[in-house]
Design a protein around this ligand. Structure first.
Ligand code: VGL
Ligand code: ZN
Length: 209
């Protein structure tokens, strides 16, 4: 955006990255991508967007934190154990690995969740040290991307808001499972109600020329 005297203004100064910002990537694992045990339709479409986010946060020397679903073989959320999901993201199996299209920098902080037989943990904060990690990074604002909108993204965002973080959800970098049609839209509404904001990758690029 340019003023009449030619001065360049960022579209949204509030989105200019500062030293209290971090990128939080949720569960970008093979099993949540098409062809995986719990593949999210279109889940692979977030990967190029996430790549650009990683590049931006790396260039600005901002921390990148990645959560992963990391279940034992007989996790309580699996159907054979009476849970709702097919077995997925079993610790140390290929399905629990990062998408090969994801180029996480070596400095990425990794947070594993759902690692005990029970309970299940959709939120990256539940039963993990994610909160402490973010506080020790002096982080106040999270930019959130990943899978799936209606489960782990939703619960992580709600917990982040509860813990007092500002939350910017990058809407073109998330996808829903949509077990029931509309789950993804309803999840977005719940995030907005909790005070999270929705942005696009382009908004962030425009604000950080
Ligand atoms: C997830 C279902 C089961 C997620 C994890 O990452 O959204 N969904 N486990
Ligand atoms: Zn899971």
């Amino acid at each position: 955006m340019y003023t009449t005297d030619g001065l360049h203004l960022s579209n949204n100064d509030a989105l200019r990255l500062n030293d209290q910002d971090a990128l939080l990537l949720i569960d970008l694992q093979r099993d949540f991508l098409p062809g995986g045990a719990l593949g999210v339709a279109g889940g692979d479409r977030v990967l190029p967007v996430v790549s650009d986010l990683i590049a931006l946060f790396t260039a600005r020397k901002r921390p990148i934190v990645a959560t992963r679903d990391w279940h034992p073989p007989k996790h309580c959320s699996f159907r054979p154990q009476g849970g709702p999901w097919p077995p997925h993201c079993i610790q140390n199996t290929p399905g629990a690995g990062w998408s090969p299209e994801l180029n996480l920098p070596p400095s990425t902080l990794i947070v594993s969740k759902g690692s005990a037989i029970s309970p299940d943990a959709y939120s990256g904060f539940q039963g993990t040290d994610l909160g402490q990690k973010l506080h020790s990074l002096n982080c106040r604002r999270l930019f959130v991307a990943g899978l799936a909108t209606d489960y782990c993204v939703l619960q992580t965002v709600l917990d982040a808001r509860q813990l007092g973080f500002d939350v910017q959800v990058v809407e073109d970098a998330i996808r829903a499972v949509d077990v029931n049609p509309g789950d993804g839209i309803r999840a977005l509404d719940r995030m907005l109600d909790a005070g999270a904001e929705l942005i696009t990758l382009q908004d962030l690029i425009d604000a950080n020329p």
